[in-house]
Write a protein that binds this ligand. Sequence first.
Ligand code: R5P
Length: 283
Amino acid sequence: MIIGGPASQLLAGRVAAILGEVLALCDYKTFPDGESYTQVTAPLDDKVAIIQSTPTDRDLVYLLQLLDVCQESSIDLVIPYFGYARQDKIFKPGEPMTARAVATALNPFLKKGRVHLVNIHAPSIMNHFCCPADNLDATPLLAEKVASLGLEDPVVISPDKGAVAMARTAAATLGADSDYLQKTRISGTEVSMAPKEIDVRGRDVVIFDDMIATGGTMATAIEMLRAQGAARVYLAAVHPVLTGSAVLKLYRSGVEGVLATDTLDKGVSTVSVAPIIARALKF
Ligand code: R5P
């Protein structure tokens, strides 16, 4: 039985369709005092898969409620977008490691369970779960979508060293070159970013990253690459967090197109991670 949380209804439906499993009907609402309410309106199976991204604190509460409902079942927990993944370290004294705190809150429900994440920002987060956890990679799916754009001799770029592995995987699928943007400090306030080795002049570029949040990282990368003579610049990201005016920023910077997955259900979520989640749930 597949149980879709409120942030992952479409994805849960897609996974259930691929696997031919029952999709449970659930009711989610907010009480007048702001508290969240969840009801799974179907008898539970012994084995359930809960699919719920946690882009907001409310989504995390809905997830806890679903886990509590299913505590007698064996649980495969899929968190396609794991909020707080960028708070994976204690950067300053007195700070919590919030990604660990979230895993710790989920652990009591996962003693007989498994966790499936998708391109988790910091793989060390998997170690905070008390049960086996895996990290599914959506890069090849995004790369296949990029291949369908019919770009000629594209270059795959990661905006920093953190996404180099993604860029290499995508480049291998596309049979393309890959590189990463290196920052050079010009002055106290000015930083320039350029590909470490490849000259992008006249070439189409696809920037790969795990997520786009405010769009600041990508907007700067697009502007720099266009100033260096890149032809068309596309973005491919697994998690389209897209806060505030991120989309405006990207298009103002001159992006040609934005591709993302349905770990978060947004207008740019044209690539579904349902096939890789379905495969992980079969084993
Ligand atoms: C950083 O390490 C991440 O991989 C992303 O590059 C970053 O979180 C994107 O954030 P924003 O869109 O706010 O620049």
